[in-house]
Design a protein around this ligand. Structure first.
Ligand code: CIZ
Ligand code: SF4
Length: 310
């Protein structure tokens, strides 16, 4: 069947074709928590960025296809440097990660040469490579707490997570002014209104939301922690990208869950479609390639995180 004919198929036929070609090519498909459920259905693993990379490392597949954004494909490549890692879409990327050119860090480093540089995982490899330790939304507080009190800390690239960490740890961090437009756009008024409508629901928000919203929430946590919460509890308001809410609705149809805001949609995550996945699988286009020195330095920053938390 030609590529054009394949793309004229309906949703379940495309899914079947993906499953067939995936098997023939011994390909491991990863989908991020924010990706559409119809793509998650054909994935071998669905999760957050760090866990996609760690799961890929456990697989003996010949080919790896990442359905998310470029920086997460880079994370998969960093932990799997000898493997062929593809992206489903050629230019889906993270606006937070690209809000500033990684060179902004040089200025901060020059001003604070002794500082520890903590880099949130949602960042380009070029920025992670310049950091001394990586963190995720689940472990950012633990990582900062593990740094001696007398050390200055530069925290990049998300200032909202940085402010949340400052609030929780009492440490002063040196922060840039970049943020995630999807999470930052939720206002305290909106959060207040939703909580008023669902007073007995637990409001879970991602730390990429602004500090006022984080302080107001019942729980501030990562996407994986939100999934764990809903697995064990009922009645939750999901304060992160809408794809996670849809995943939870599909997984737990009997649970009472609502979303915090219908505006929490990441345009880049949504560039991924079943058609892109099928095309990428057939053509093996959009391979992730990184310089060896970037992989090496980024791995060191990740390893320091793994020494503190796994
Ligand atoms: O690290 C990730 O995958 C993101 C974007 C968020 C989270 O909390 O899992
Ligand atoms: Fe980046 Fe925000 Fe989209 Fe996540 S939701 S990928 S942080 S722009």
């Amino acid at each position: 069947m030609t590529k054009e004919k394949l793309l004229n198929l309906n949703k379940s036929e495309i899914q079947k074709q993906i499953m067939k070609i995936k098997k023939e090519k011994n390909c491991f498909i990863m989908a991020h928590n924010y990706i559409d459920v119809e793509i998650q259905e054909i994935a071998d693993y669905v999760g957050d960025s760090l866990h996609m990379a760690l799961e890929a490392a456990k697989s003996d597949a010949d080919l790896f296809l990442t359905c998310s954004i470029k920086i997460m494909g880079e994370a998969v490549k960093i932990l799997n440097p000898d493997k062929k890692v593809l992206m489903a879409h050629k230019d889906a990327d993270c606006r937070l990660a690209n809000m500033k050119d990684p060179s902004f860090l040089n200025k901060l480093k020059a001003e604070h040469p002794e500082a520890e540089i903590v880099c949130y995982v949602n960042s380009p490899a070029a920025l992670k490579a310049e950091s001394t330790i990586t963190c995720t939304s689940a472990n950012c507080i633990k990582i900062v707490e593990a740094i001696p009190d007398n050390k200055e800390i530069i925290f990049v690239p998300d200032c909202n997570i940085g402010r949340w960490v400052e609030y929780k740890t009492g440490r002063k961090l040196i922060l840039p002014d970049s943020f995630c437009y999807v999470h930052d756009r939720v206002s305290i008024e909106e959060a207040f209104e939703v909580k008023k409508q669902y007073p007995d629901y637990t409001l879970l928000v991602h730390p990429e939301c602004n500090l006022e919203v984080c302080k107001f929430a019942d729980v501030v946590c990562s996407t994986s922690q939100m999934i764990d919460f809903v697995a064990k509890n009922d009645k939750a308001i999901i304060g992160t990208e809408l794809g996670l809410f849809k995943q939870l609705q599909a997984r737990y149809p009997g649970k009472n869950i609502v979303y915090l805001s219908s505006e929490m949609v990441c345009e880049d995550m949504k560039k991924n479609s079943l058609e892109n996945v099928l095309t990428a699988l057939i053509s093996e286009e959009y391979e992730v390639n990184l310089e060896e020195s970037i992989i090496h330095r980024t791995k060191e920053s990740l390893d320091r995180m793994f020494e503190i938390v796994r």
